[in-house]
Design a protein around this ligand. Structure first.
Ligand code: GLU
Length: 312
C-alpha cells in the first residue's frame, strides 16, 4: 500500500480543497425539520483524521450541528455487537432501496422489510433490536456508542430533539408499518422516539472524521485508542454504507468516489478509506437526495487527490 503524503501536504490539501469549494453554490437546507432550516447555510468544514489519529482540518470544524442520519452508523455498529451482522442482514437487510431515505413505497414493495439499516425504517428497526430493558437504557447505550466512536463529548440538543419529536409524524407512520409486519422488535413509538433522539445529538465535523477514522482503523478509535467495535464487524458495516450511505445517490457515489460513506440531512457527510483515513465534511445545503452539496464535492476532491477509490 502506498503511504500517505506528509502532514504538511495533507494540511495543504485540506486547506486548498476547503478554499476552493466551501462556498460552492447550489442546494438548500433541509426544511422539513424546523431547526435545520434555521442553520446558517454558509457554514462549511472539512476534516481528515488518519488511521493513526493525525488530524487535518479547515473551516467551521468546531461548529456543532445535528448528527441526523449519520447516527445510524453508530447504532448499527452497536447492533452488530449485540446480535451479529448476519442477524442484522436477516431481520433488516443489506440492500439499497433505490428510493428516498423515508420512503414508504420502499417498505410496501418488500413486505414492510426495511432492506437497509441506513434508511429511516431500517434505523428504527435497528433501534428496536438493540438489547435494552427500557427506553432509557436503549437511548443511553446509543449515546454511549456515539461518544465512544467519536471523541467523547456528544450531547443531546434539547432544541433539535424538540423540533424533531413534534414533527416526526411520517416516521411514526413508518414505525407502525414495521410493527404491523413484525419488523419492529420493541414498542414502535419507543423505537421512533429513541431514533429521533439519536438524530438530535450535536457533533462537529471533527467528531464525524474521528468516526470515519475509527472504521478505517478496524474499529479502534485512533484518537482514544479504544476498540469500540469488533474488527470483523467493520466490513459488513462498510458494505451497508456502500449500498445506502448516500441514500438514492449511493450507486453514483460509489461510481464517482469509490468510498463507503454516510450523510445526514444536517449537512454532515463522512467517508472511509479502509486502513488509511476518515474524511468528513459539513455544509447545510443539500441536493435532492439529501446529501450536502459542498460536502460531497470536498470529499470527492480529497479522495481523488489521494487516490483513495477502493475499486481502483
Ligand atoms: N431525523 C431525520 C429523519 O428521520 C434524519 C434523516 C436523515 O438525516 O437522513 O427524518
Amino acid at each position: 500500500m502506498k503511504s500517505l503524503p506528509s502532514a504538511s501536504e495533507l494540511q495543504a490539501l485540506v486547506d486548498n480543497t476547503y478554499q476552493q469549494f466551501h462556498a460552492l453554490p447550489g442546494g438548500e437546507n433541509a426544511s422539513y425539520i424546523p431547526y435545520l432550516a434555521s442553520v446558517p447555510s454558509d457554514l462549511a468544514a472539512l476534516v481528515i483524521v488518519t488511521a493513526t489519529g493525525d488530524i487535518f482540518q479547515a473551516g467551521d470544524c468546531e461548529y456543532s450541528f445535528a448528527i441526523e442520519s449519520i447516527s445510524k452508523v453508530a447504532t448499527l455498529a452497536l447492533l452488530m455487537e449485540d446480535v451479529g451482522p448476519e442477524t442484522v442482514r436477516e431481520k433488516i437487510g443489506a440492500e439499497p432501496t433505490g428510493l428516498p431515505f423515508n420512503s414508504v413505497l420502499a417498505l410496501c414493495e418488500h413486505q414492510d422489510k426495511p432492506l437497509s439499516p441506513l434508511v429511516n425504517a431500517g434505523a428504527m428497526a435497528s433501534v428496536s433490536l438493540l438489547k435494552a430493558d427500557s427506553p432509557e437504557e436503549r437511548w443511553q447505550r446509543i449515546l454511549d456508542m456515539q461518544r465512544r466512536i467519536t471523541t467523547g463529548k456528544l450531547t443531546l440538543s434539547e432544541e433539535i430533539n424538540q423540533s424533531e419529536q413534534t414533527t416526526n409524524f411520517h416516521n411514526r407512520g413508518i414505525a407502525w408499518l414495521l410493527y404491523a409486519a413484525g419488523n419492529c422488535f420493541c414498542d414502535p413509538m419507543e423505537a421512533c422516539e429513541v431514533y429521533t433522539r439519536q438524530c438530535s445529538t450535536l457533533v462537529t465535523c471533527r467528531d464525524l472524521a474521528v468516526m470515519a477514522a475509527t472504521l478505517a482503523n478496524l474499529g479502534e478509535n485512533p484518537v482514544s485508542g479504544e476498540q469500540v467495535m469488533s474488527a470483523e464487524n467493520v466490513a459488513p458495516l462498510l458494505a451497508e454504507m456502500t449500498m445506502e450511505g448516500l441514500y438514492d445517490y449511493s450507486g453514483d457515489w460509489a461510481f464517482e468516489v469509490g468510498l463507503p460513506g454516510k450523510s445526514g440531512v444536517g449537512g454532515g457527510l463522512l467517508a472511509v478509506a479502509p486502513g488509511k483515513l476518515g474524511i468528513a465534511a459539513f455544509s447545510p445545503p443539500l441536493d435532492e437526495s439529501g446529501n450536502s452539496v459542498r460536502g460531497q464535492r470536498m470529499i470527492a476532491e480529497v479522495a481523488k487527490a489521494l487516490n483513495l477509490n477502493i475499486y481502483r
